[in-house]
Design a binder for this molecule. Sequence first.
Ligand SMILES: [Zn+2]
Ligand SMILES: [Zn+2]
Length: 112
Amino acid sequence: MTGEGSMIVPCSNCGAKNRIPIERFGAAAKCGKCATDLDTDIRYTLRCTGCGAKNRVPANKLNAGAKCGKCSEPLATAELSAPQPMMISDMNFDEKVMKSPLPVLLFAWAPS
Ligand SMILES: [Zn+2]
Ligand SMILES: [Zn+2]
């Protein structure tokens, strides 16, 4: 797959949907419309399969092989990244992504 991982971050000021690449998460990002600072410091809580310790993992580390801070066991980040792939289009974007009760990891690509 040749897609680039990105997530939609709604602006807290104007509500504009900003598409932020995963690797930029944790760094400063601004709304493309009103230049308000966006909250990109999104973290997931993953339970270690080895020792059971809870680890807070930044979104931009999910694909980088995160390890447990206690026992150094690799964390099962792959399950979080692709539990049930879902096709998202303009038709169902609002319903599936913006109204999702869970954090949504969105992989976007364009046919070339
Ligand atoms: Zn804004
Ligand atoms: Zn552990």
